[in-house]
Write a new protein. Structure first.
Length: 698
């Protein structure tokens, strides 16, 4: 390790960019800067539009020293944000009471290792501690206030065949914890998710009065929906949550669920809306069928309609996420509100008066704000030329509140003028630290690929950048593939940190990227690696041609997840690079398909099952070209990664060593798809910079 630091120290001393940076009074980005920036979450705005509450993470390399508390700021900006909670544990799932006097949230307040998350309520009208509302043995989360503010619904996890009672659940938990064997049994797919083996508990709704010790009822207990699959509670692509909302009259809840998750190995999963009476007297589907799906609903302020996330079911893997309106009570087919909007809806909210919807969507590598009439009409950008990335938009009277960041400005909470789309910062957690850093906004360029497609790219510039000097180029490949290299920094994959030693970093949105229209994203189906790989090389050539400060003889490429797949593809299909870096990338299409936690979309992408007649499985598998491997490569993987299982990286390592190619393998035994322990993330970046310095800066 002493030798590694010596190499890095020498490299930083001799790089002219760093010296120029120091003379300008700014300095290069370090991992400490990226990791220790405070991280505000998305805001929850009070119903009266006056306050925004949000979580803030104060990171540390020592997990025990990390702080994550709730903060509050007035939407009018009249006062600075202040801390609401001060505990070791974090809070999430914020929910305001209808009268704006209380917030409910989920937290784990007990330091015991066996502690589980419970629901708490905090009075916002005066000083005082949060009151624990629930004491469910397997935990409680996702609180939702009833319209009259007297009851709270939340999610719990129940053991199949065990009465929905606290003592019975506690005894079953003790029994399972005391078992001598550590065995999981499965009869259905999927069996894992990200870094956890699935259990057989059911996610269900619970309701109780907003007072500690109140009786808990379970609207779904014993319903045919639970008996049918045992999988209710997997309604969205992001996780196991029912996304429940109270019906306007408080009689029950509308939630999202699927009944065919057990078919996920050979079928798309269909998500629909259901209604459950709060007293458990009725559970019924509101939408159904296999031609479209509808989930994650929100009610209009007047209670006469709801809007859900809507997706038509077609032969394509990729579909833009749409919004659709249904009358309440639900009847008939949904009215699609965004069918003429060729972007995917990433988040949305009703305006305070219910006449409009505000939408967040990726658009040319920025996440922008749009609006559409709630009864249908044209989708319009609030600020068509806005930069950066918005997240978690909520209405607050004539304004909106969201989190915003860009490639040059770290994340803060902002107030947005709903007429102009211009925003004003409400917080300044990272302003002082960011002011010391040389983080220029990305440069942007487009080119036409050999297949006639317009391809977008960013350039992240090194500190102390000088147009008259030559810099090595590092191609930084985003994952997904249905994602984008956005106008933002990233705590895990920071382009500024990659550029810090003196590199120009190229970020290219290849075919399959999102934010350029539905067809552009779909074009990767049946062509998963070859065309994106070709476009990456063409982007490198275009950057070298356009920008004289790029040294075309010193090139490297790095990617993670799907970007790692492409790094392996480049290894066998070009010799342009002096070094490659691959985190969590597949090496064999069939091996990835047969062992990942999500599989069916890969079968569709590759033209049919692996045993069929589709040539894609072999022709676009990086392993097919292992005989061409010759570029020095750094391989990294989290051992608990079930999305791209560890054997894919081990196989790539074997090919590399069989071909006697210089390489290094890093296995992070406690990590999953992401390396998110601070000390390990820092170690990763030290290894990345050392690897690049070795091969790009003789």
């Amino acid at each position: 390790m002493r030798q590694l630091y010596a190499v890095l120290a020498l490299f930083f001393v001799i790089t002219p960019a760093v010296a120029d940076d120091a003379a300008a009074g700014l300095r290069a980005v370090t991992h400490e800067d990226v990791w220790l920036m405070w991280r505000p979450g998305t805001p929850a705005v009070s119903p009266d539009g006056r306050w925004a509450v949000f979580s803030v993470t104060e990171p540390s390399y020592n997990k025990d020293d990390e702080v994550k508390d709730l903060w509050v700021v007035p939407v009018d900006g009249s006062r600075q944000a202040r801390r609401l909670t001060a505990t070791k544990s974090s809070e999430s799932d914020l929910a305001w009471s209808p009268d704006s006097t209380k917030i409910a949230f989920s937290a784990k307040r007990d330091d015991n290792d066996d502690a589980v998350t419970q629901v708490y309520v905090l009075d916002m009208t005066g000083p005082g501690e949060a009151i624990q509302l629930t004491d469910w043995p397997t935990g409680a989360r996702k609180p939702k206030w009833s319209p009259d503010g007297r009851r709270i619904a939340f999610e719990v996890r129940l053991y199949p065949g065990i009465p929905a009672e606290i003592e019975a659940t506690r005894e079953e938990k003790k029994r399972r914890d005391a078992q001598d064997n550590n065995v999981s049994s499965y009869e259905n797919f999927p069996i894992r998710r990200w870094d956890k083996w699935r259990d057989n508990l059911h996610t269900q709704l619970a309701v109780q009065d907003g007072e500690t010790g109140s009786k808990v009822s379970f609207p779904l207990a014993g319903s045919k929906l639970i008996e049918q699959t045992g999988y209710a509670g997997v309604p969205t692509r992001s996780g196991d949550t029912l996304a429940a909302e109270w019906a306007p009259d408080g009689s029950g809840l509308v939630f999202s669920a699927t009944t065919n998750l057990h078919e996920a190995a050979f079928s798309k999963t269909f998500y629909h809306l259901y209604y459950a009476a709060a007293d458990g007297s009725e559970v019924r589907p509101l939408t159904e069928g296999t031609q479209w799906v509808c989930h994650s609903a929100k009610f209009a302020p007047d209670g006469k309609s709801l809007v859900c996330q809507y997706d038509p079911v077609t032969e394509f893997v990729y579909e833009n996420d749409e919004l659709a309106r249904l009358p309440w009570p639900v009847r008939g087919e949904p009215q699609v509100l965004t069918d003429a909007f060729d972007r995917s809806v990433g988040g949305w909210t009703f305006s305070s008066n219910g006449r409009s919807l505000y939408i967040i969507a990726l658009d040319h590598a920025r996440t922008r704000l749009f609006t559409v009439p709630a009864r249908g009409g044209t989708v319009k950008a609030l600020h068509p030329d806005s930069s950066g990335v918005y997240a978690g938009v909520e209405a607050a009277g004539r304004h909106l509140v969201a989190r915003w960041e860009s490639s040059a400005v770290p994340a803060e909470i902002v107030r947005v003028d709903a007429r102009t789309g211009r925003h004003t910062p409400l917080t300044s957690f990272n302003t002082e630290r960011a002011a010391k850093l040389d983080r220029q906004p990305y440069r942007e360029f487009w080119f036409e690929s050999s297949r006639g497609r317009r391809i977008h790219s960013w350039l992240a510039l090194p500190p102390g950048f000088d147009e008259n000097k030559k810099y090595p180029l590092v191609l930084f490949i985003h994952g997904g593939p249905h994602s984008s290299s956005r106008d933002a920094d990233h705590v895990r994959w920071s382009p500024h940190l990659l550029a810090a030693p003196g590199y120009v970093v190229l970020l290219t949105d290849y075919t399959g990227s999102v934010g350029y229209g539905e067809q552009f994203a779909r074009n990767i189906q049946g062509d998963p690696l070859r065309t994106p790989g070709d476009e990456l090389i063409e982007a490198v050539d275009e950057a070298i041609k356009r920008f004289v400060f790029i040294d075309g003889e010193r090139l490297a490429a790095a990617g993670a997840s799907y970007g790692g797949h492409l790094a392996n593809w480049l290894q066998g299909n070009t010799k342009r690079f002096k070094a490659l870096i691959n985190h969590a990338g597949l090496v064999d299409l069939e091996g990835q398909w047969s062992s990942s936690d999500v599989v069916y979309h890969r079968e569709l992408t590759n033209g049919g099952p692996a045993w069929g007649d589709s040539p894609i499985w072999k022709e676009q598998s990086p392993a097919t070209y292992a005989d061409n491997w010759s570029t020095p490569m750094l391989l990294t993987i989290g051992e608990k990664d079930y999305r791209v299982p560890v054997n894919q990286t081990i196989a790539a390592w074997t090919y590399l060593k069989r071909k006697n190619v210089p390489g290094r393998l890093l296995v992070y035994h406690d990590a999953n798809h992401w390396i998110m322990k601070g000390a390990e993330a820092k170690h990763y970046w030290e290894q990345v910079h050392e690897w690049l310095a070795r091969h790009l800066n003789p």
